[in-house]
Design a protein around this ligand. Structure first.
Ligand code: SAH
Ligand code: SF4
Length: 388
């Protein structure tokens, strides 16, 4: 049995040809599968009966099985999908007036290992396949249409953000067909500006994405200088801030928006001082020596705590003061509203079930290691950096 869910239209066209059918059947199939949510080939009424029989015999439309569905007090919905081998990943739907955003996972775990992220703390098991990525959207869209009682043709998911578990640009080959299905007018029909890839900064893949499928880009910066970012986002050691911002500038040439979103998770005593806000302002405005700056919007994310992190959320006044510095410098800064935290569905709380294959948990347990120094000593280190 071949699962047709992961094929974008070009891939489905190739498959149709391979079974002796015309390529244009791919358009009909894409519509049935991704626009109408039909899984039963026998009901695809505009296909010739011979083809329908062939499909029933040889193909399937399979999304990963749902382990659980939780609904938060604010209407946020979180699904846990079983992806086999003891791994499960999470998907979150965030309803807002006039739009519905789906937050999709790209990996079981994550190898980047940011110390403030529950996914990173679990280690890494494996990349999700395209069927598992697009399957989250397929399942959510059609379950929501039924739950919300939407009329034919009305869509539940208006925006997709690749901000669930995992680093999407470390799973590029499997991500790309999923993005193409999201954008396809015969698929989910989302515009490029309504699909956002969030990355910790995999520079070569930012360049690939620009050339292959330039959707909206969010970059997880979290620190205004390399010394601190090396700790908070360890991939910075490979692709430091100057290289990352250069990739962002080149991305802008083809981006669907004229700015990049910079995400900045505010951690108490770690990256939240007014001096660090000034430093961030200098960086993005091109007032740091050797750095031309970047057209951006800064999205400040209140830290969502989880027990093992040893980190704390900054007090609201500190977040406001940080945002004020940026705004006074004419940089657009928004503070993300936390949604669904009563069901651990907020940013960075997605943990699913991950069978770590990198041994991070084991190593940490053996060494009794803390991955970020406790806030008091970090405050000292951060101000030393900021004052340098
Ligand atoms: N790996 C990608 C996408 C998934 S994380 C990335 O890092 O961009 C999505 C966003 O949630 C990132 O900006 C990430 O830094 C943020 N995040 C992670 N853990 C968090 C936490 N505990 N509290 C708040 N935001 C968090
Ligand atoms: Fe991975 Fe993103 Fe979490 Fe960092 S913040 S560990 S890159 S999922």
């Amino acid at each position: 049995m071949v699962n047709l869910l992961p094929f974008d239209r070009a891939g489905l066209g190739d498959w149709c040809e391979a079974i002796g059918e015309k390529r244009f059947r791919a358009t009909q199939l894409t519509r049935w599968i991704h626009q109408r949510g039909e899984r039963d080939f026998a009901r695809m009424s505009d296909l010739a009966s011979g083809l329908r029989e062939k499909l029933v015999a040889e193909a399937t439309v399979a999304t990963p099985p749902v382990v659980s569905t939780q609904v938060a007090a604010d209407g946020t919905i979180k699904w846990l999908f079983d992806v086999g081998g003891g791994n499960a990943v999470e998907t979150v739907f965030i309803p807002e007036s006039g739009r519905g955003t789906l937050c999709i996972s790209s990996q079981a775990g994550c190898a980047v290992g940011c110390p403030f992220c529950a996914t990173g703390a679990q280690g890494f098991s494996r990349n999700l396949e395209t069927a598992e990525i697009v399957g989250q959207l397929h399942h959510a869209e059609f379950e929501l249409r039924a739950r919300l009682g939407l009329a034919d043709g009305e869509r539940a998911v208006s925006n997709v953000v690749m901000m669930g578990m995992g680093e999407p640009l470390q799973n590029y080959a499997n991500l790309l067909p999923a993005l193409r299905l999201m954008l396809d007018d015969h698929g989910y029909g989302l515009s490029r500006r309504r699909v956002t890839v969030s990355t910790s900064g995999v520079v070569p893949m930012i360049e690939r994405l620009r050339d292959d499928c330039p959707v909206a880009l969010a970059v997880s910066l979290h620190a205004p200088d390399d010394a601190l970012r090396n700790e908070l986002v360890p991939i910075n050691r490979k692709y430091p801030i100057a290289e990352l911002l250069a990739a962002c500038r080149s991305y802008l040439a083809r981006a669907p928006r004229d700015f990049i979103t910079l995400e900045y998770c505010i951690l108490d005593g770690v990256n939240d001082s007014p001096a660090q806000a000034e430093r961030l302002l200098d960086l993005v405005r091109g007032r740091t020596p050797g750095e031309p700056g970047i057209a951006c919007k800064v999205n400040l994310i209140p830290f969502n705590p989880f027990p093992e992190s040893g980190l704390r959320r900054s007090p609201q006044a500190r977040v406001d003061a940080f945002a004020a510095v940026l705004r006074q410098g004419d940089v657009l800064a928004t503070v993300r509203r936390t949604r669904g935290d009563d069901i651990a569905a907020a940013c960075g709380q997605l943990a699913g079930e991950v069978q770590d294959r990198t041994g991070i948990d084991l190593r940490r347990a053996r060494q009794g290691e803390r991955r970020v120094a406790p806030p008091a000593s970090r405050r000292h280190a951060a101000s030393a950096v900021a004052g340098a």
